[in-house]
Structures are given as C-alpha cells and as structure tokens.
Design a protein around this ligand. Structure first.
Ligand SMILES: *Cc1c(COP(=O)(O)O)cnc(C)c1O
Length: 219
C-alpha cells in the first residue's frame, strides 16, 4: 500500500488549497481505500451502490462519500442512505425520485448536475443547452439542493483537448450562478480525473476525481 500513500502525498502537494480531491474508488478493495484515507483523503467517490455498501461495512463512515456513477431509480433508496453528495443528476425524473426518498429518510441531499459537455450522444449528463431548464425544475424539489456542476469531458480526449469542455462548463457554472435561482447555489465544480485534473483546476474546478493517480492502474 506504500504506492497509495506516496501518490496521495504527491497529489495533495500539487493541488491548491480549497480543491477537494475525491478518491474514485471503483473496483478497489477496502484496504486500498483505507490506505488512501490514512494518507489524508477525506472524500471517497463511488460508482456503484453495491461497492459503496461493501466499503462502508468494511471501513465505516469516516469520510464524505460522493456518488459519481449513473444513478438508477431502483438504487435511490440505498443512495440516500449511503452518500453525502450525488454528483450525477441529469434528469428531472431521477431528481424527483431522489427528492421523494430524501423526504422519506428525513435527509437533505446535496447534488451536482452532470453536464454532457461535449454533447456526445449515448452519454450521461444533460446537454449544456438544456442545463438551465433542468436546474430550474430541480430547484423546486424541497429535499435536494443543487450546489454545482460535474462533467467528465470526452472519454478519449487528451488534457489539451479537454480544456475547452472544462472551460465551457465553467462558463455555464458562472452563468447559472448569476441567475440567482432559488434553492440553487453554484459552489462546486467537479471536473478532471487522473489525466486531466491539472487542466481542470486551471479552468476552475474545485473538485477533482482521481482513481488511477491514487490507486494505480485498474486491473
Ligand atoms: C473512474 C472515474 C474517475 C477517475 O478516473 P481515473 O482516470 O482513474 O482518475 C473520475 N470520475 C468518474 C465518474 C469515474 O468513474
């Protein structure tokens, strides 16, 4: 587990203060996640409800847990129970299901809206031109609070190719912020992964989601 400790130290040293590093933990064992926490990680990102359940039962809930996968309606109940922040809301339907379940569990959930910043077909996230309308609709949900945007950028892009999508997402973030929509706050901008986080931070990200850069290559 030494490599995890070294990676986290190097990463923390290279990331400006105020930027939250989320350890993207998909396929990692609880021991690996624990090593990252011991090294100073305080936010864990999970793509799958089932993996999050396993991790929580093995290591407890001593971190903030972000959901970064695609949320399915039949997982909403577990998601409300397990996560502190859901980064991937991209439809009114899933927002309403979440809202209803939050009421049930007497919990307020912080959410980010996922932007399909490259406008790719067959990709999760709302297209940039539909984001304002979606956020206005979600803002009516009383038990969830939109606090920012998340984007992946195109899968195959190099850091330099990613830059324009990060920039466009930040501009959207700023535009929405100026609209002062009730019950909506533009606080978090989650962009950038292991290969692209430096560019994402340059373009205004204050959450980066790092998997391989912390845990090493996925097997
Ligand atoms: C896996 C994953 C990451 C991290 O990717 P790496 O290239 O391993 O850093 C970030 N965001 C999401 C949504 C992911 O699924």
């Amino acid at each position: 587990m030494d490599h995890i400790r070294d990676n986290v130290s190097a990463l923390m040293a290279s990331v400006p203060e105020g930027v939250i590093v989320v350890a993207a933990a998909k396929t990692r064992k609880p021991e690996e996640i624990m090593a990252a926490i011991d090294a100073g990680i305080s936010h864990i990102g999970q793509n799958y409800v089932q993996e999050a359940e396993k991790s929580v039962s093995a290591i407890g809930r001593n971190t903030l847990c972000h959901f970064i996968g695609h949320l399915q309606k039949n997982k909403v109940k577990a998601a409300v129970r397990l996560f502190d922040l859901i980064e991937t809301i991209d439809s009114v339907k899933i927002a309403q299901a979440l809202d209803k379940e939050c009421l049930e569990q007497n919990k307020e959930m912080t959410v980010l809206v996922e932007i399909n910043s490259a406008g790719e077909d067959n990709k999760n996230g709302v297209k940039p031109e539909d984001a304002v309308m979606l956020i206005e609709s979600i803002s009516l949900c009383k038990n969830i609070k939109v606090k920012g945007l998340m984007t992946m950028g195109p899968f195959t892009a190099t850091p330099d190719e990613s830059r324009k999508f990060f920039k466009a997402t930040r501009e959207l973030f700023e535009r929405i912020s100026l609209m002062n929509i009730r019950n909506v706050e533009m606080k978090y901008l989650s962009m950038g992964m292991s290969g692209t986080y430096k560019v994402a931070i340059e373009e205004g990200a204050d959450i980066v989601r790092i998997g391989e850069g912390i845990f090493g290559p996925r097997h």
